[in-house]
Structure formats: C-alpha cells, structure tokens
Design a binder for this molecule. Structure first.
Ligand code: UDP
Length: 234
C-alpha cells in the first residue's frame, strides 16, 4: 500500500541537544545519518522538508554571560554561529544519502550558504531539495525555536515538527500528554518550545509536534503525519 503523507510541506526543527546523541562528541553521526535517511524516505513520498537547526550542543549564549566577559549579544552571536556548524554537518549527511540540500543563513556567510530568501527557499523545496536554515533569526536574545516559528509561517509550512531528545510533554504529575493546546501549555507553565515561538505559532495557527529523535522511525513518522510525541495546537 502506498502511504499518502498527511503533510505537503513541513518545518523540521532539530535542536542541538538532539544531534548530540550519546555525547562522545558534540554531534553524534548516528543521529545525523538517521535524520538524513528518514528525511529521504519522507521526501520520496512527496513531503517538502525545510529544516531549522539549533546550536545548543556547541554553545548557548545565555550560559556565557558574565563569567567570560562576553555580553549577551556577542555570546548569542557565537550561539548563532554554532548553529551553522550543525547546518553544514546536516547538509553533508543529506548529501551522503543522495538528497540535495541547500543552506540559507539569516546573516550572510556566502562561502558556505545562500542568504535567506523565502522565495528561493520555496523554489528549492519545490525542486525536491531540503533547505536548512542556519543562524537562527539573526538576532541575539532569540532562539532557534523562534526561527522555526517565523520560517514556518513564511514558507507556509503546515506544521513544525520539533525533534528533541525527550519523548514529548509531561504534565506536573509526570503524565505524558498526547495532545495539549497552546493555552493549556502556557497556563500550566509547561515547556515544549520557548514562549515567543509558542505565541507566534498560536497566533498564526501553526501546530507543533514535539517528539524524540533518537527512536528510529520517529522522524519519518512525524514527517508523513503519524502521531509521535505530543501534538500542540489551538
Ligand atoms: N541564538 C540567538 N538568536 C537566535 C537563535 C539562536 O541568539 O535567533 C543563539 C542563542 O545564544 C542560543 C544559541 O544561539 O542559545 C543556540 O540556539 P538554541 O538555543 O535555539 O539551540 P537549541 O536549543 O535548539 O539547540
């Protein structure tokens, strides 16, 4: 039976921690290869995949303020550059399994990536390429979750699939939540995505699914519309 994917275009957010896997080094090649292979399977079914990568496996700006003499804005710029390292690694992984992948950045780094253009990004997706967005939003004080929310709206992606190293959202009594609304999540003070990203998704009616990357099969399930992890919507 040919599976008909539920989504036509998705935004896959890969957080840095998820790429770190068992943490021998900052990036676990088993994870990058797993992501690439599963994205390839979903693409063969016709799903268009845009990726936003985090950088927390290398650097988180907020952790460096004060102790190092770095101010927040400079530290955050290092964090945004860290996302570029993941972007280049992911691009190589995609190409190793035969997927064409382009990187676009929120600030120019033309030797390694194209500058961000939503029109060009959509064109890449339509031609069957993956587009990887590096550099977050380009603004300090923000996160790559927010970058994912903004890019998803610009590209008219139907859902944000957040690949993390946790199974989903748990309530205060440690019960797993299969489905939760943005409002409920905010009211209960549960975290799945940062507050700015969440309000953007709620306002623009973009559902988010949070799931565990390290369970083989999860990425392709999420990409083709099967329920894995926690679904967050209106
Ligand atoms: N960052 C930023 N602006 C952005 C995106 C990221 O300043 O728009 C910086 C920030 O310092 C952050 C780091 O880059 O800590 C890594 O990004 P993030 O924490 O979102 O990565 P993830 O948690 O997904 O690995």
């Amino acid at each position: 039976k040919i599976l008909q994917p539920r989504w036509q275009r998705v935004l896959l957010k890969v957080s840095g921690d998820a790429l770190a896997g068992d943490r021998v080094q900052n990036v676990d090649q088993k994870i990058t290869l797993l992501v690439a292979k599963e994205v390839a399977s979903a693409m063969r079914l016709g799903v268009e995949v845009a990726v936003v990568v985090g950088g927390g496996n290398f650097f988180r700006g907020a952790n460096w303020v004060g102790t190092s003499g770095l101010d927040r804005a400079s530290a955050d710029h290092i964090g945004m550059m860290a996302t570029m390292m993941n972007a280049v690694i992911l691009q190589a992984s995609f190409e190793s399994v035969g997927i064409k992948a382009r990187i676009q950045t929120s600030y120019t780094m033309t030797q390694v990536a194209e500058p961000f253009s939503s029109k060009k990004a959509i064109r890449h997706l339509e031609k069957g390429r993956v587009v990887i967005f590096g550099g977050g939003t380009g603004n300090p004080y923000f996160t790559t979750d927010t970058a994912a929310a903004i890019r998803a709206a610009e590209l008219k992606a139907e859902i944000i699939l957040k690949a993390a190293n946790i199974d989903g959202v748990f309530d205060c009594d440690s019960n797993f939540l299969e489905h939760v609304s943005f409002r409920e999540l905010a009211m209960k003070g549960l975290s799945a995505l940062d507050a700015e990203a969440m309000s953007h998704c709620e306002r623009h009616n973009i559902p988010v699914m949070l799931f565990n990357i390290s369970e083989p099969g999860n990425v392709v399930k999420a990409l083709t519309g099967e329920r894995v992890g926690t679904l967050i919507d209106q």
